[in-house]
Design a protein around this ligand. Structure first.
Ligand code: ZN
Length: 221
């Protein structure tokens, strides 16, 4: 959405509504982003990129640096074992680094929140100078999941509003182990219980009986 609004438009009701929509979508996305529904991960990220392009303002670019150590050689580059001579590690070809890459991320602002979407992955660092050096984020961005399955609730609302197909696919697909639930999570949970309901689970169960008896002293271990 374009940011260059004239002075007059700034006070129009349409501008106000647009701000409200941006804030609401931003809030939903912020919560959902911290607790991504693992079943529809790709659909979620697709939707996130689409919504950011549609509603958010691009505010810059960041570079994310990810370096994964080689586990085969404990990042020494040399593979050692008891049964053969030390040799150059096959997994990392002696570098001690299993994988290293830089991802260019577009930074967006929506409501009062900031979001990142990956644009390009580079296996050799090319400094992207855009006036000044870009800030580098080390490692993956970790999010703390919100309480009460609010993340799942917000993700379901986003799918309901913007991706109906995924919404119907995801609703009732998984249960959420928590007592404090929110509307769509409750519906989804009930559907999950209903879908996987098996009356045989509620029958009194026979305890398995073992015919043989043994003396613990006779056991060889
Ligand atoms: Zn290695």
């Amino acid at each position: 959405m374009k940011q260059n609004t004239s002075k007059l438009a700034r006070y129009s009701p349409l501008f106000f509504i647009r701000c409200c929509v941006q804030y609401f979508v931003g809030w939903l996305l912020h919560n959902a982003n911290r607790d991504i529904p693992f079943l529809a991960k790709s659909q979620f990220y697709e939707l996130k990129t689409h919504l950011l392009k549609k509603y958010a303002t691009k505010v810059g670019t960041d570079i994310q640096h990810v370096k994964k150590d080689c586990w085969s050689c404990d990042n020494t580059g040399v593979f050692k074992s008891d049964w053969k001579m030390p040799e150059t590690c096959w997994s990392c070809s002696g570098t001690g680094v299993y994988e290293e890459f830089w991802t260019r991320l577009d930074k967006y602002k929506l409501g009062k929140w900031y979001f990142h979407t990956p644009v390009e992955r580079m296996y050799k660092y090319k400094p992207l100078f855009q006036g000044e050096a870009l800030p580098i984020i080390e490692g993956y961005i970790h999010h703390i999941a919100p309480k009460y399955r609010l993340g799942k609730e917000c993700a379901l609302w986003l799918f309901l509003l913007f991706d109906r197909k995924t919404f119907w696919k995801e609703l009732g697909r998984s249960g959420s182990p928590t007592n404090k639930r929110t509307p769509l999570v409750i519906i989804s949970n009930s559907m999950f219980v209903f879908r996987y309901f098996d009356w045989r689970d509620y029958l009194p169960k026979k305890k398995p009986k073992y015919d043989f008896e043994y003396d613990s002293d006779e056991l060889p271990f």
